[in-house]
Write a protein that binds this ligand. Structure first.
Ligand code: TRP
Length: 338
């Protein structure tokens, strides 16, 4: 079992990042560790330069994201935790895979279409080839499990297509070079929505701070945001079917279920028939109880630049070692003399 995943170090991490991604890193890290496998989690700082960015902010966000991951339970003793920029093999393997990836495949990526919008000509080349770097990220370590949100499923399929084509074109049938990675998408809570609009994803780019719960929000702020969250006037139903069409109610119940580790049915079993006047304080308290210890650990760590850089340096050296054989084999398979 080889777990590999990346997270972009952009903006303040929020509840959507936590429930959609970070919780699963911790879960798979512990499973891999127990099974004698390995876990690699990295900050996708090379991906972050595919869009306009401020260099000083990227540096700060990279360290903050390390502090966040560790505060949430990613354990550098169990997980190889690093940033791409310190492991040149990611960029090297991307270039080698650029020979295999097809323009048509990249043109079909929905994230590219969404981010580029009507202005494709004005985008960076990096935004277009972003999914090839992502494929290199996982193929370099022969990943088996890749914890990601629903929105990254297509990129993982592309990584499989690239691996498959490379194995076909440059390897013999009995000795394929790349392992085909499987996406691991958490069953519930894959999509945490905005508190102001149940049909939009909770996002750091939403101009309203009230739309998201940040992992650094204090207790009063969390309670206030939950209280002000958009809802409808109906009480909660006692079964999942009747939540359909009630995006905001669905989102709040989904958040409760994900944090409490219960099914939506069970949460509705407890709160069915009650209004949001009763449900919201319970949800607010649950969030405060869960996020307070994370917040405390984060504040303790975030200004200790030396400690954070030491974690990244150690992780990067382990990652360089782990990726070496696959990178060498890729050069060889392509007939490149070194
Ligand atoms: N593209 C991913 C995201 O935006 C981040 C990412 C980069 C990633 N490389 C990866 C995720 C490799 C999984 C595996 O969420």
């Amino acid at each position: 079992m080889r777990v590999v995943s990346g997270i972009q170090p952009t903006g303040k991490p929020h509840l959507g990042n936590y429930l959609g991604a970070i919780v699963n890193y911790v879960k798979l890290q512990d499973e891999a560790h127990a099974a004698g496998g390995e876990c690699f989690i990295f900050l996708a700082d090379l991906h972050a330069i595919s869009q306009p960015h401020d260099p000083a902010e990227l540096t700060r966000n990279t360290r903050e994201m390390v502090a966040t991951l560790v505060a949430c339970g990613v354990d550098p003793a169990k997980t190889v935790l690093f940033n791409q920029a310190q492991v040149p093999a990611h960029a090297e393997l991307q270039w080698l895979l650029n020979g295999t990836a097809r323009m048509g495949w990249l043109n079909r990526m929905t994230q590219w279409k969404d981010k580029a919008g009507k202005n494709r000509e004005g985008q960076s080349v990096a935004l277009f080839t972003y999914p090839v770097l992502q494929a290199a990220d996982v193929l370099l370590y022969q990943a088996t499990h890749v914890p990601v949100g629903e929105d990254q499923k297509q990129h993982l399929e592309l990584a499989r297509d690239i691996a498959q084509k490379f194995n076909n074109d440059f390897c013999t049938d009995d000795a394929p070079l790349f392992t085909l990675p499987e996406p691991y998408i958490p069953p519930a809570a894959a999509r945490i929505m905005s508190l102001r609009d149940g049909t939009a994803k909770m996002s750091k780019s939403d101009p309203s701070d009230m739309s998201r719960i940040s992992l650094t929000d204090d207790a009063d702020t969390i309670i206030k945001k939950v209280k002000k969250a958009k809802t409808d006037p109906e009480p909660l139903p006692d079964n999942e079917k009747e939540l359909e069409g009630r995006a905001e109610a669905q989102n709040l119940v989904g958040i409760y279920a994900a944090i409490a580790g219960k099914s939506v049915e069970r949460v509705l079993g407890e709160f069915g028939g009650q209004g949001f006047g009763a449900f919201k304080p319970a949800l607010g308290q649950l969030l405060v109880d869960t996020l307070a210890p994370i917040n405390a650990r984060f504040l303790e760590l975030k200004d200790d630049q030396e400690a954070l850089d030491a974690i990244l340096a150690r992780g990067a050296s382990q990652a360089r070692e782990a990726g070496r054989d696959t990178l060498d084999a890729t050069y060889r398979a392509l007939g490149l003399v070194r």
